[in-house]
Ligand binder design. Structure first.
Ligand code: HEC
Length: 156
């Protein structure tokens, strides 16, 4: 289950959070992929990539912190007080099985409150994706694909 933008107080909080996250994204974007549609001269970089591939989504939205291979050594990692975990060892740390629902909940922020909200270092992507692109189906696919990508890079 993917989240929908909330209402009232929750909505205002999400909006603030989204503002911060978008700033981060704007600064980060263009580092990893040659971002289609990115323009020079004051026009903001594109924040929604055309690709729906889990790997491309990961490199665009996640690699700045988690590293291109998910090991936690992205360029932004050093600036965080909480180091991004090595995403390739999630299955190992969970007795060998990849906890798809848990990971999805962590990414979307569906499991509230989570440690991630507390630390505020891991952007909560559910509301961000929905703010960037209101097409519900597209976002469900994005989240599913990026989580499948994380599942695909698990250390054996
Ligand atoms: C701004 C840096 C940043 C970005 C961008 C980011 N993360 Fe994270 N991520 C973190 C940090 C920091 C943690 C640890 C948070 C905590 O424990 O409170 C984390 C934790 C996680 C976890 C939990 C891992 C575990 O071992 O428990 C998952 C899964 C995850 N991130 C996936 C993603 C995905 C997928 C994306 C892209 C859609 C992403 N992250 C983007 C910083 C980031």
């Amino acid at each position: 289950m993917a989240p929908q933008p909330g209402k009232g107080k929750q909505m205002r909080q999400s909006t603030r959070m989204i503002g911060g996250a978008l700033m981060t994204l704007a600064l980060m974007s263009g580092w990893d992929l040659g971002v289609a549609g990115q323009q020079r001269g004051g026009t903001p970089a594109q924040l929604v990539i055309p690709s729906m591939s889990g790997g491309d989504l990961f490199r665009f939205y996640c690699a700045s912190c988690h590293g291109r291979d998910g090991k936690g050594d992205g360029p932004v990692a050093a600036a965080l007080t909480r180091r991004p975990p090595d995403l390739t060892t999630i299955a190992m740390r969970n007795g060998g099985g990849f906890p798809t629902d848990q990971v999805e909940g962590f990414v979307t922020g569906n499991r509230v409150p989570t440690l991630a909200h507390g630390s505020a270092e891991m952007p909560v992507w559910g509301p961000i994706f929905w703010a960037l692109d209101p097409q519900d189906r597209m976002n469900r696919i994005r989240i599913e694909n990026v989580v499948a990508f994380v599942a695909s890079i698990q250390a054996k």
